[in-house]
Design a protein around this ligand. Structure first.
Ligand code: CS2
Length: 493
């Protein structure tokens, strides 16, 4: 089989090999600007939108992908060379691969190269929605104060240099200002990140910034911009070199950055789009009045479950989530965590079936074909724990209910943050807060509570005697006996 480079010109050559876009990409206008074109966006929103564009009456909802950060150069260059095309490889439960070339990203911009172009794009009349995957940490929220973090040097630079911003807040503010000045309509800003009330969070953080940077814009935003909340879901591991070479060998597609993901996908969105929206419900998205129950269920079970498996698995020397999820002792521990500590918090939620959700999660975590990297899961834990794990703890503490499993995982994270697994292998900690984490992890060797003193992560948790006691006990136990033995003991109690 001849191999061809993936781009517009060669697209026809692939149509008998894999699914390809059947619509004319030249006719598609850009209705959506998406900031953060990593794997998740390309497995999720861009996939849904590609499906939708196959309906020939839909021509207004192409995506302009924006690479915001300096280190996004590689993805930008790849997509530019490939005319926005990439292959999505779904790893089915039986190990077969379903491949499809996605065509919904019809334009790409690299913000560091030309910030004004990005501002103008968001301000252009055809754009109706700005979607975001900027990671949990990207919202610049300070857990300790509950407010926008103006101390971030990048935010300071955006205030000083409004037309050469570095953060999403700087970009959105200047673009919205242009829309206002030009008498254009507002837009919807839609977060696709794993945050409880992600729309509310986006609105609150953006308005905090605007009130300082461009105070006169705040009222216009209030009246002309909507921020729907949404729950997003599809496990999307980092693409490995083997994924790239397999695609070449089996389908003759030379794609520098395909995306691999699980078959499951879910997108539950509040229907609050001030300037109109694509009929994503025609391709499987759910529009609901209140997304909160779906968000809570997903964040506190799936994402939290990932962090549990990630941190314990990393200490035990595992590399992928399926390996640790299929360790029977850890599996039992995770199920107990879900049942005793998370389910009681979620039990009042309406419209969700917790039991079947939990069962499907265990199957998804254990899928041996996904090979989701523990490194990926543990990265940026300092932004993840406050969203995925700690809300459950706070509610349980209020009700004087179980927190032992969560305390155990936090203790494991403190030990993880020393930078070595149980066999002494160096752990690759990737976290914006790494220096602080490592410093407090080392201090914890003498006084375990030192780790809990990181207020921007744990708030006032260190004041809870019950939590501190369970945490300290777990810390000493893990240090002396290792994760697996402790887990075994907890499972039999
Ligand atoms: C993961 C998520 O980053 C993480 O810790 O839990 O990326 C997870 O895979 C997605 O939210 C799945 O929808």
């Amino acid at each position: 089989m001849t191999t061809y480079k993936l781009n517009n010109q060669n697209l026809d050559k692939f149509k008998d090999r894999v699914a390809t876009p059947k619509y004319n990409r030249d006719n598609i206008k850009t209705g959506i600007v998406h900031i953060g074109i990593g794997g998740f966006h390309r497995a999720h929103e861009a996939f849904y939108t590609d499906q939708l564009l196959h309906n020939e009456s839909v021509t207004d909802w192409g995506i302009c992908g924006v690479a915001l950060l300096d280190f996004d150069t590689k993805i930008y260059n790849t997509l530019k060379e490939q005319d926005g095309l990439y292959t999505l490889v779904v790893k089915e439960l039986d190990g077969t691969l379903s491949k499809r070339i996605i065509g919904s990203i019809v334009e790409c911009l690299y913000a560091p190269e030309n910030p004004v172009k990005v501002i103008e794009k968001i301000a252009s009349p055809e754009v109706k929605i700005v979607t975001l995957t900027i990671t949990e940490g990207g919202y610049n929220y300070n857990e300790a104060t509950g407010e926008f973090n103006f101390e971030n040097p990048l935010i300071q630079q955006d205030i000083k240099h409004p037309m050469a911003p570095k953060t999403v807040f700087g970009y959105l503010t200047q673009a919205l200002k242009l829309r206002k000045e030009r008498g254009l309509k507002g837009v919807t800003i839609q977060s696709c990140d794993n945050i409880q009330g992600n729309g509310h969070m986006t609105e609150k953080m953006l308005l905090s910034y605007v009130k300082v940077a461009e105070p006169e814009l705040a009222v216009w935003i209030d009246e002309n911009v909507s921020f729907p909340n949404a729950m997003v879901d599809r496990i999307t591991p980092a693409t490995s070199p083997v994924d790239i070479s397999n695609l070449k060998e089996t389908s003759g597609i030379d794609d520098a950055w395909p995306v691999v993901c699980e078959p499951f996908k879910q997108w539950v969105i509040e229907d609050d789009f001030i300037a109109g929206r694509p009929v994503w419900e025609n391709v499987g998205a759910q529009f609901v009045e209140n997304v909160e129950p779906f968000e809570k269920m997903k964040l506190q079970l799936l994402n939290a479950g990932h962090s549990v498996l990630g941190v314990l698995g990393a200490l035990m020397g595992y590399e992928t989530i399926d390996e640790v999820a299929n360790n029977p002792n850890i599996n039992t521990f995770l199920r107990a965590y879900m049942k005793q500590e998370v389910a009681p918090v979620l039990k009042a939620l309406e419209g969700v079936d917790l039991e079947s959700y939990e069962a499907s999660l265990l199957q998804r975590f254990g899928n041996i074909y996904i090979k989701d990297q523990i490194d990926r899961i543990c990265s940026e834990s300092s932004a993840k724990f406050p969203i995925f794990i700690l809300p459950t703890v706070y509610t349980q503490l209020k009700g004087k209910a179980h927190i032992e499993h969560a305390a155990f995982v936090v203790a494991a994270w403190a030990i993880y943050s020393r930078g070595f697994d149980e066999k002494g292998k160096v752990l690759n900690i990737k976290d914006a807060l790494k220096p602080t984490l490592v410093k407090e992890a080392i201090a914890s060797e003498v006084n375990p509570v030192a780790f809990l003193e990181i207020e921007s992560v744990f708030g006032k948790l260190k004041d809870s005697e019950v939590f501190v006691e369970a945490y300290t006990k777990s810390y000493e136990n893990i240090k002396n006996h290792g994760v697996e033995r402790c887990v075994l003991e907890m499972n039999t109690n």
